[in-house]
Design a binder for this molecule. Structure first.
Ligand SMILES: Nc1ncnc2c1ncn2[C@@H]1O[C@H](COP(=O)(O)OP(=O)(O)OP(=O)(O)O)[C@@H](O)[C@H]1O
Length: 826
C-alpha cells in the first residue's frame, strides 16, 4: 500500500495583468504553500503541505524529475502508472503535461524516458502500444483516429476497464510516439474563453501499454503488462468568469460535472476505510477510466496547478483542498504479470529453492535443536511404551494365573458333580462296605476306581464330619475350600485353612451367595488394614503440615513485627545521632564565651607578670586545649556516624571526665578572679580615698562587667550541665538500643533458621504425602482387583455350594430312603 503522490505547482503571474494585481500572494517554502496577506503575514488557515510544491520559477524538467520519473520507471518494470494534472482553467495544466518547445512537458519527457529506460534493460524485450483519447462532453473520442468517436467503455475479467475500438499504435521509438501525439493534438478540442485563449475543452488521456518478457529462456518467463496514463484534465471554471455561452457553456457544464464526480471519488477514497461506502467510479467516464489509478493497482501522482492572481484565490483554495484530500488516498500497486504454465513452474521451483536455502541457512540451528528435542521426546515415549508393555505383560500373566485358578476350581466343581452322579452307582456297588454314617470309607483300598470320592482329599482337609448336619446349617463360602485344590486355596486365601468342624456353628445363609465384604477374606482384611493405615498416615501428615503451616505463618507475622520494631528503633536513633553535633556546637559557643571572659579578665589585670596573670594564662591554655579536644572528639564521633550506620560507641570516649576538668578549671579561675577583684576593691577603698569618685566609677564599671561575666559563666555552666545530662542519657539510650538491636537481630536469625527448617519439613512432608497418596492409589487399585477376583471366586463357590447342597440333600434323601427300606441296617 502506498499513498498517492501529490504536488502543487504555482503558475507564474500572467504578464498582461498589472504588476500590483499580479504579485503572488502564495508563498512557497520547501513542500509547503501558504497564503499571505498583502503585508506579508501568513493566513494560518490557508497553509498546506504536500509531497512537493513547485513555485513560479519551476520548470517542467524539475517537475518531471521529482514527481513523475519514478512512476515512469516503475511502469517499465511492470507497474501501472498514472500522472494527471488538475486545476482551474488557465492554471497551467496543459503547460505542465504538454509543455512548450523549450520546456517539454511530462508526456514528452515520459515518452523519451521510457525508451531510454528500455534501452538500458538488455535482458528483456518490449512491445509498446500507444493510444490517445479525449473525453469531450462525456463522450470518448479517439485522437489518433478521428473516425473513432463516441467510444464505449467495457470491462473484462483480465483486461479490466478498457475503451472498445480505441486505436492502439505499436511503436518502436520515442519519435514515432511524439509524432502521433502531435497528430492527436490537432484533433483535440480547444476553445477560447475569457480566461484562456487556448483552453482545453476536454480531458485527454495519453496511454502507453508496455509489454515485456525476458529474452533468454523466454518460454519460462512471465510476461509483464503495464498501463501508463498521462492525463491532462480540462480546468474547472466559473461561468461568470469565463463568460461562456453556447457551446462553451455546454462544455463548461460537462467539464465541471465530471470534475465534481472526480472530486466525489477522491473524497470517498480519502475517508477512512471504515467510512468508505460505495465509490462512484461509474458516475463519469473520466473516473471509470481512471479507476485503477484512484485507490487501485497503480502508482499515481497528481499535479495540482494554481493561478497566483488574487482574484483566483477561491479557486486556488478549492484546488488545494482537493489536493489535500487526494493526499490521503492509498493505492496498492503490483507488477502485472501474465504467467504461462512454464513460467509458473519455474517460479515455484525458484521459491522452493529459496525456501530450502533459508532452511539450510538461518533456521538450521533452530531446526536441529527442534529435531533433537523431538527425538528426545520420542525416546521418552518409547521408554514409556516399553514400561507400559512390561506392565501389560505382567497384568496378562496375573490374569492367566487367575484364569488357571478358576479353571482348576471349575474342574473341582465338575469332579464334585461327577461324584454326585456316580454316588448311586457307587452306593449300589459297595453296599456291603458302608461306614456306619453311610459315607464312603476313604481308607478302603477296595473303593471303585475312577470315582473321585473323598479319597483324593488330604487328611488336613477332610476332617471329622460326623456331626455335620446339612439340614440346619449352610457353610460359609470360604469354608468350602476343603474340597478345592489345596495350593490354589492357600494362594487365594493367603494361607487361611478352614476347619470344617467349626462350620456347624456358622450362621445359616441358606442358598444365598455370601456378600463380599472386607471381612470375608483375610487377604481383604489385611489390605483394608493397610489402606486404613495409609489413610491415617496421610491424615496425620496433613495435620502436621497444617500445624506447620500455621506455625510458619505465625513466624512470618512475628518476623514482620520485628522488622517494624527495628525500623521504629532506627527512627528513634536518628535524633540521638544529632546529639554529638549539638554538643560540638555548644562547645564552640562555650569557647567563644570563655575567650570573651578571658579577654575581659586580662584587661582587668594590668600587671602581666603578676601571679594572677600567670595563673590566668595557664588556666586559659588548659581550658582552650580541653575545649579543642572536646571539639575534636565530637567531630570524630560525627565522622564515624557518617562513615557507618552503626552507632559509634560514645561511651568509649572520656568526654565526661574532660567536661568535669573543664568545669572545675573554669570555676577555679572565676572564683580566683572574683577573690582578686574583691581584694583589689578593698585595696582601692583603703589607699585611694582621694580619688574616690573616679575609682567608684571605675569600680561600678568593673562590677557590672564582672556580674555580666558571672551570669554568662553561670549560663555556660548550666548549659554544660545540661549537655552532660543529655550525653549520659544518650549514652544509656544508645546502649539500650544497641542491646535491643542485637537481640532483635538474634531473634530474626533464629526465626530465619526456624522458617527454613519449617520449609524443609514442609517439603519433606509434602513429598511423604505425595508418596503416601501414590501408595494409597496403588493399594486401592490392588484392592479393587482383589475384590474382583474374590467376586469371581465367590460366584464359583456359590455355584459349587449350590450343587454341593443339592448333592447332600440328595444323598440325605437317598439315605433316608435306604433307612426306611432297610431299618435293620442302621
Ligand atoms: N509554469 C508556467 N510557466 C510559463 N507559462 C505558463 C506556466 N503555466 C502556464 N503558463 C501559461 O499560462 C497559460 C495557461 O496555461 P494552460 O493553458 O496550461 O492552462 P490550463 O490549466 O491548461 O488551462 P485550461 O484548463 O483552460 O486548459 C498558457 O499561456 C501557458 O503558456
Amino acid at each position: 500500500m502506498e499513498k498517492i503522490c501529490v504536488a502543487v505547482r504555482v503558475r507564474p503571474p500572467a504578464p498582461e495583468l498589472s504588476p500590483e494585481n499580479g504579485s503572488s500572494l502564495w508563498k512557497v517554502e520547501d513542500n509547503r504553500i501558504s497564503l499571505h496577506k498583502s503585508l506579508d503575514t501568513p493566513i494560518t488557515t490557508s497553509s498546506y503541505a504536500f509531497d512537493h510544491v513547485f513555485d513560479e520559477s519551476s520548470t517542467n524538467a524539475s517537475v518531471y524529475e521529482l514527481l513523475t520519473k519514478d512512476i515512469i520507471h516503475a511502469a517499465v518494470e511492470g507497474f501501472n502508472g498514472t500522472a494527471f494534472a488538475y486545476g482551474q482553467t488557465s492554471s497551467g495544466k496543459t503547460f505542465t503535461m504538454t509543455g512548450s518547445e523549450t520546456d517539454p512537458g511530462i508526456i514528452r519527457r515520459s515518452v523519451r524516458d521510457v525508451f531510454e529506460r528500455i534501452h538500458m534493460i538488455s535482458d528483456r524485450e518490449f512491445l509498446i502500444r500507444v493510444s490517445y483519447m479525449e473525453i469531450y462532453n462525456e463522450e470518448i473520442n479517439d485522437l489518433l483516429a478521428v473516425e473513432n468517436q463516441r467510444l464505449q467503455i467495457h470491462e473484462h475479467l483480465e483486461r479490466g476497464v478498457f475503451v472498445a475500438g480505441l486505436k492502439e499504435e505499436i511503436v518502436s521509438d520515442a519519435e514515432q510516439i511524439l509524432k502521433l501525439i502531435d497528430s492527436g493534438e490537432v484533433n483535440r478540442h480547444f476553445g477560447e474563453t475569457n480566461m484562456n485563449v487556448h483552453s482545453s475543452r476536454s480531458h485527454t488521456i495519453f496511454r502507453m501499454v508496455i509489454e515485456s518478457r525476458g529474452k533468454e529462456n523466454s518460454s519460462s518467463d512471465a510476461i509483464r503488462v503495464s498501463v501508463l496514463n498521462l492525463v491532462d484534465l480540462a480546468g474547472s471554471e466559473r461561468i461568470a468568469k469565463t463568460g461562456a455561452g453556447g457551446v462553451r457553456l455546454t462544455e463548461g457544464k460537462y467539464i465541471n460535472k465530471s470534475l465534481m464526480i472526480l472530486g466525489n471519488v477522491i473524497n470517498k477514497l480519502s475517508d477512512s476505510a471504515k467510512l468508505r461506502a460505495h465509490i462512484p467510479y461509474r458516475d463519469s467516464k473520466l473516473t471509470r477510466i481512471l479507476q485503477p489509478a484512484l485507490g487501485g493497482n497503480a502508482k499515481t501522482c497528481i499535479i495540482c496547478t494554481i493561478a497566483p492572481e488574487e482574484h483566483h484565490i477561491e479557486e486556488s483554495k478549492g484546488t488545494l483542498q482537493f489536493a489535500s484530500r487526494a493526499k490521503r488516498i492509498t493505492n496498492c500497486a503490483q507488477v502485472n504479470e501474465i504467467l504461462t504454465d512454464a513460467a509458473l513452474l519455474k517460479r515455484q521451483k525458484l521459491e522452493i529453492e529459496e525456501l530450502r536455502m533459508k532452511l539450510q541457512g538461518s533456521h538450521a540451528e533452530v531446526l536441529e535443536q527442534e529435531i533433537l528435542k523431538l527425538s528426545n521426546q520420542m525416546l521418552k515415549y518409547e521408554l514409556e511404551c516399553e514400561r507400559l508393555k512390561t506392565q501389560l505383560e505382567e497384568e496378562r500373566r496375573k490374569q492367566k494365573e487367575q484364569e488357571q485358578c478358576i479353571k482348576e476350581q471349575q474342574m473341582k466343581i465338575e469332579n464334585l458333580n461327577n461324584l454326585v452322579t456316580n454316588s448311586d452307582f457307587k452306593r449300589n456297588q459297595s453296599e456291603g462296605r458302608k461306614t456306619p454314617d453311610g459315607l464312603c470309607n476313604a481308607n478302603d483300598s477296595s473303593d471303585v476306581p475312577g470315582t473321585p470320592c473323598f479319597k483324593s482329599a488330604s487328611h488336613s482337609f477332610v476332617v471329622a464330619r460326623s456331626n455335620y448336619s446339612l439340614s440346619d446349617f449352610s457353610p460359609m463360602v470360604y469354608s468350602l475350600g476343603d474340597v478345592a485344590n489345596e495350593d490354589t486355596w492357600m494362594k487365594l486365601n493367603k494361607g487361611f485353612v478352614a476347619d470344617l468342624d467349626k462350620l456347624q456353628f456358622t450362621p445359616a445363609i441358606k442358598r444365598q451367595p455370601t456378600p463380599i465384604t472386607m471381612e470375608t477374606t483375610a487377604c481383604s482384611r489385611e489390605n483394608y488394614k493397610e489402606v486404613e493405615d495409609l489413610k491415617s498416615q496421610v491424615e496425620l501428615l496433613t495435620n502436621e503440615k497444617d500445624s506447620l503451616q500455621v506455625n510458619f505463618n505465625e513466624q512470618v507475622l512475628l518476623n514482620n513485627k520485628v522488622m517494624e520494631e527495628m525500623s521504629e528503633l532506627k527512627q528513634e536513633v536518628l535524633p540521638m545521632k544529632e546529639i554529638p553535633k549539638r554538643l560540638s556546637e555548644s562547645v564552640t559557643s562555650c569557647r567563644d564565651v570563655y575567650n570573651d571572659v578571658i579577654v575581659t579578665m586580662k584587661s582587668l589585670i594590668p600587671d602581666k607578670e603578676s601571679p594572677m596573670a600567670k595563673l590566668l594564662s595557664g588556666t586559659t591554655e588548659i581550658t582552650t586545649s580541653l575545649l579543642s579536644t572536646l571539639e575534636t572528639q565530637f567531630s570524630m564521633i560525627m565522622d564515624a556516624q557518617k562513615a557507618s550506620s552503626v552507632d559509634h560507641p560514645l561511651s568509649d570516649h572520656p568526654l565526661s571526665d574532660q567536661w568535669e576538668t573543664l568545669r572545675v578549671n573554669l570555676k577555679n579561675t572565676t572564683t580566683f578572679l572574683l577573690t582578686e577583684a574583691q581584694a583589689k576593691d578593698e585595696l582601692l577603698n583603703c589607699h585611694n580615698k582621694g580619688q574616690e569618685t573616679a575609682a567608684l566609677e571605675e569600680k561600678e564599671k568593673l562590677k557590672s562587667e564582672l556580674s555580666i561575666i558571672k551570669e554568662r559563666y553561670n549560663e555556660v555552666e548550666k548549659e554544660l550541665g545540661l549537655d552532660k545530662q543529655l550525653l549520659v542519657a544518650s549514652r544509656e539510650g544508645h546502649k539500650k538500643l544497641l542491646k535491643e538491636v542485637q537481640f532483635l537481630k538474634e531473634e530474626r536469625e533464629a526465626f530465619d533458621v526456624k522458617i527454613s527448617q519449617s520449609t524443609q519439613r514442609l517439603r519433606v512432608i509434602a513429598n511423604d504425602k505425595e508418596n503416601a497418596l501414590k501408595d494409597l492409589n496403588v493399594e486401592v487399585k490392588r484392592r479393587k482387583e482383589m475384590e474382583e477376583e474374590i467376586k469371581q471366586i465367590s460366584f464359583a463357590f456359590a455355584t459349587r455350594h449350590k450343587s454341593f447342597v443339592s448333592f447332600h440333600s440328595e444323598i440325605k434323601s437317598k439315605m433316608q430312603k435306604l433307612t426306611t427300606r432297610n431299618p435293620n441296617s442302621s
